[in-house]
Design a protein around this ligand. Sequence first.
Ligand code: Z5A
Ligand code: MG
Length: 241
Amino acid sequence: MTTARTTLASAAQSASSTLAAGARQRRGAFIVFEGLDRSGKSTQVARLVQQLNERGVKAVAARFPDRTLTTGKMIDSYLSQKADLDDRAIHLLFSANRWERANQILEDLNRGTTVVCDRYAFSGIAFSAIKGLSWSWCRAPDIGLPAPDLVLFLRISPSAAQSRGGFGDERYEKTEVQQRVKGAFKRLGESVEEGKWVELEADRGVDEVGQEVLRRVEEVLQGAGMDKEVGKLWTECQADD
Ligand code: Z5A
Ligand code: MG
């Protein structure tokens, strides 16, 4: 544990102070959590941000949908079934919601702050593709967003997730939807660059999942990627349908 603290702290140190003249300052890592409803994303995001800050690694949380933003209020009405919207319109709103935050995320990363994000564009594709929209169409509005350095997919069966309190009244909180989304996430994971999509068994204790999360994130923070610019999402992808 002491070693982990020391190495993480030194990674943070180099992220927040400029290295020798000419060297690029190490940036923060963009970590995204994805997974089904109740898989424990929000729990792990909060835990990771706290643990990183305790270890001297500056970290902040982000979440999508961000219901505090202008687009987020319309999304909230849709999810809580107060408003109906065309499938394409809601897809574009979810993407616009990310674009509303994109500059802030980029600024944080470039300032050396790690951003830990609760859902991202992968949810956007998964939840729209199961409605029959094409993958290439779903992907298009998110092209060029900040690309995550690591996606941690919390794997859980819809039945195990449901046993954590049951579904609420939101639009997608149904076993049949969650099953289909699970299939869409599987396909998405296979399309992401090797090593950047990591599936973690989420049907374990919070601490056990959290330890593996911290280990994976530590690897990213210490890796060579933090010396490079933040990537752009999907720019390397070809339309595949
Ligand atoms: N959506 C979309 O369609 N398009 C998009 O582009 C985006 C999203 C970004 C709202 O998402 C919906 O928006 C979502 C996808 C769609 N619809 N669905 N499904 P959201 O993020 O606001 O809500 P959510 O992720 O679906 O649900 P959630 O309840 O926030 O799940 P969670 O964050 O994964 O779980 P949690 O809050 O951390 O934990 C749930 C409970 O389990 C809680 O009582 C915890 O204390 C407990 N828990 C957590 N971890 C454990 C472990 N390890 N063991 C036991 N119990 C645990
Ligand atoms: Mg959540």
